[in-house]
Structure formats: C-alpha cells, structure tokens
Design a protein around this ligand. Structure first.
Ligand code: HEM
Ligand SMILES: [Ca+2]
Ligand SMILES: [Ca+2]
Length: 309
C-alpha cells in the first residue's frame, strides 16, 4: 500500500475509512445537487475524468490552472465541471482537512455521475495522490482526436493498459452529454453558398440533415448538440443502438461499426443493457486506475486548481 509503484494495487476500498469516512457521501451530495441545478454536469464530470486519466494518469493534473497547463490545450478548452470538484473539495476540507486527494474526488464524482443518470452503481477503490505536473504539451499525444482511425485509437488505449473492448465499452460514455458543433462539423463541407454537404457518407442522411440544421454556417461557437440524440440525459445502452443506426456523432464513434470485431461488441451491448452495465463497471475500474500515484508520489492538494507550492 505504501509502495510508490503506479498500479491499481496501491488503491484500496477502505482507504479513507478511518481518516474521512463520509468522503463518498460528501462527493455524491455535491454532484447530485449540482446536477439537479444543471443537468449538463454529469457529462462534464465524466469527460473530465477521461481527460485526466489519459494524461499523466488519474492524478488531477487536468484540474491545475495556469500558463501552459493541460487545461490550456485546445483539446481541453471545452472541458467543464471544474466548479463542482472545487466545491466538493471545499466541503471535504472542512471535515477532513488535507486528507482527500483531488484525483480521488474527480474519480468518485465521475462514478457518481454515471449512477445519477441511471447507470450502474460501482464501487471504486481510492488512495490516488495528486500530481504536480500539468503540461499542455502532454495533451496531444495522449488524447484521441475524432479524426483518428480505429488503429490509432486502440494504440493509445493499449498504451494505458486498456483493450479494444474497453475502447468500445468506454465510448458508451457518449450516451450522455453534448458536443460543440466544431467537434464534428469536419464531417461536412460547406459550399460557397454556405450549405453543408456530407463528406463522410457513412452517416445516416436524416441525422446528417438534422446536424446541419443544429449547426448552420455561422453558428455560435458555443452551440452544442446532444451526443445521444434520443436519451441524452440517461446513461443507458442507447449509444450503441445509435451507432448501429449510423448516427454516431463523431467520426471516432462511427468507426466502431466499420470493423467486424468492434461491430460485434457494439451489437452485443446494443442488445443487452445489463451486459453494457457489467462491462462498463469493469472498464471504468481500469480507467480510474491508470497511472495512479500513491505512497510518496504526488501530494494531497489543498485546492484542486493549484499545487501546494
Ligand atoms: C475514444 C475516443 C474518444 C473521442 C475521440 C472523444 C471525443 C469527444 C468529443 C470531441 C466530445 C465533444 C466535446 C465538446 O465539443 O464539448 C466528447 C464529449 C464527451 N466525451 Fe468523449 N471521446 C472519446 C472517448 C470518451 C471516453 C472514454 C469517455 C469517458 C469514459 C468520454 C466521455 C465523454 C463525455 C461524457 C462527453 C460529453 C461532455 C459534455 O457533455 O460536456 N469520451 N468526446
Ligand atoms: Ca492526469
Ligand atoms: Ca443515453
């Protein structure tokens, strides 16, 4: 438990049992209250975790503010949910000062986001410590762009100890949340009159028409579209049904039904929500264990947006 090796075995299910027994309750209450006021919060927290864990491991590096931090990279500009983590940390600092890492708070908050929106309830181990390194230059090599091929995506997942199956299963996160027009409009080409035509003909025609209406030329840069056109606020297996209907929003979603092996997984998960939930729990545990810092590695931050100085 006190070795500084970066493995999930350094985490434990009762890590805060003596030092902060109500930490999970405090995180859950904060996430629930914030999500009642703003239903976009669960999606934001879940994506925030993904972008944290893939860069420097699950160490809250994504939360650090300042010049040249991960948050300043264009791939991270549309991240949100930071104030929810800050407010959970504030409450926790009152009851358990200098005890709970921001990395654990973020992992728990993402876990709760899934449950609050109707997904599976998952026990996750804690004991992550907060990193001191956050560099924008680390983002690009580790965060997947929507233009990536399946091979490119699976290479990055493999480098994190995640399999092709994990890639398909965790992409199911797109069953909630939304995306800015700029995240997928490269699938269309504007003619001189500003009318969009589809470059990527794998996309369902009616869905494509709907997207160009929601993201017309000159649309505000803050316009967003639901990732899951049918049940955007529900963590369910509908994302996989959407993929089968050729209505995957990102190109990186659509590629999952163009390969036989990933297509088979998609079909299985689309058919059986329990199967998705069980698989999600396993893959989510792997995601939340990537490159965790423990023992003497890292620190317990006092504020989630800054290192202890
Ligand atoms: C596999 C490659 C992936 C790619 C290329 C990708 C890409 C994207 C993009 C471009 C957006 C829209 C961002 C915006 O414009 O605001 C998005 C949203 C989102 N992604 Fe992914 N993603 C991937 C995997 C994942 C994974 C593994 C998770 C979590 C386990 C995840 C969770 C989310 C969530 C919840 C949203 C909605 C965010 C919100 O509502 O603010 N994504 N993703
Ligand atoms: Ca990180
Ligand atoms: Ca959904």
């Amino acid at each position: 438990m006190f070795s500084s090796s970066s493995s999930s075995s350094s985490l434990s299910f009762d890590f805060y049992a003596a030092s902060c027994p109500s930490v999970e309750l405090m995180v859950k209450n904060t996430v629930r209250q914030a999500s009642e006021l703003d239903p976009s919060i669960p999606g934001k927290l879940l994506r925030l975790l993904f972008h944290d864990c893939f860069v420097e491991g699950c160490d809250a590096s994504v939360l650090l503010q300042g010049n040249g931090t991960e948050r300043t990279d264009p791939a991270n500009i549309s991240l949100g949910g930071f104030p929810v983590i800050d407010s959970a940390k504030r409450v926790i600092e009152i009851f358990c000062p200098q005890t709970v890492s921001c990395a654990d708070i973020l992992a728990l908050a993402a876990r709760d986001s899934v449950q609050i929106t109707g997904g599976p309830e998952i026990q996750i181990p804690t004991g992550r410590r907060d990193g001191r390194v956050s560099a924008a230059s680390n983002v690009r090599p580790n965060i997947i762009d929507t233009s990536f091929s399946l091979d490119e995506m699976s290479k990055i997942f493999n480098s994190k100890g995640l399999s092709l199956d994990d890639l398909v299963i965790l992409s199911g996160a797109h069953t909630i949340g939304s995306a800015h027009c700029s995240a997928f409009m490269d699938r269309f080409k504007a003619n001189p009159k500003g009318k969009f035509t589809l470059i990527d003909t794998s996309l369902d025609k009616d869905y494509a028409d709907q997207l160009t209406k929601q993201c017309p030329a000159g649309a505000s840069s803050s316009s967003t579209v639901n990732n899951d056109p049918q049940t955007p606020l529900q963590f369910d297996n509908n994302y996989f049904k959407v993929l089968l209907a050729h209505k995957g929003l990102f190109q990186s979603d659509s590629v999952l039904v163009r390969n036989e092996r990933t297509m088979n997984i998609v079909a299985e998960l689309a058919n059986d929500q329990n199967r998705f939930f069980d698989s999600w729990a396993v893959s989510f545990l792997k995601l939340t264990s990537i490159g965790v810092k423990a023992g003497d590695d890292g620190e317990i931050r006092q504020t989630c947006s800054a290192t202890n100085g």
